[in-house]
Design a protein around this ligand. Sequence first.
Ligand code: PLP
Length: 338
Amino acid sequence: MTPIDLRSDTVTRPTAAMRAAMAAAPVGDDVYGEDPTVRALEERLAAELGFEAGLFVPSGTQSNLIALLCHCARGDEYLVGMEAHTYKYEGGGAAVLGSIQPQPIAHAPDGTLPLDALQRAVKPDDPHFARTRLLALENTWHGRVLPQRYVQEATDWARSRGLACHLDGARLFNAAIASGVPARTLATPFDSVSVCLSKGLGAPVGSVLLGSAALMGQGRRWRKMLGGGMRQSGVLAAAALHALDHHVARLADDHARAARLADALSGIEGLQLLGCHTNMVFVDVPVARQAALAAHLAGDGIRVSIGYLPTVRLVTHLDIDDAAIARSVDSLARFFAN
Ligand SMILES: *Cc1c(COP(=O)(O)O)cnc(C)c1O
């Protein structure tokens, strides 16, 4: 029985072709700036997304942290969604390591941070307050593509208040493929953008942070300090370049499979479908039933994200094919029939 892992799109394993590209990569010491494959990746993404420079880093968490450290100093604050990755799912790194205070803002249901709430959160120049420096958005947010008109309005507003703008674009290419808006258009309103290669794109490791040459110069210093300066990391960058060549357009397949999964689940009595956005399906399962559900699915070789919330998330990716969708629907239907 082939295991089916719907917990996250981070679980993909490199394909044979990707491994071959990794094995063939020319490499050097990237801390000296001498790895040609890392440089090719940084330059390619910078050019494609409309920035001067890029910085290849081990993880999306480090990429976002470096961006926050570049934009904000000790005693500064950033405006961020209450359910945003950079606020909630990164161990409080900005506060722990940067002495940067988050100012969380409640999301509207579409993932946007309402402009009036942002407006109210900006602090006056007064010793009582942290200095508001940055607006951080996320696209996709829990699978949702932010409306581009909102992104433009929010970043225009931020600029008018003297704030810099950062985008956690861990799944930027999912947003581009789902909306039909070029990734570059989604990225250019921001001063910095972080893109994950290890999510739906299917590379084993890595994110790239993009921004001006000056900002990335600062970022390189923070990356070294945080322990993210890697040596012959071209083997990893080669996987990322392979992913950019071969795994971007196919994100549409993940989105289509998620939509089909959601459609099938909506017909199962007792299961409450909450929504389907890009490659993520959300269902509501009472916390009291979740352990039983996890055990049932495990018996069928299926894993899903079951946590401390009633929402269960199912994520499609490179290693989920049509048969995996059919088996998952069948298993969930049998559970809810009882
Ligand atoms: C996964 C993810 C990150 C961070 O990625 P890691 O590589 O796991 O550190 C950042 N933001 C979002 C929205 C993510 O989904």
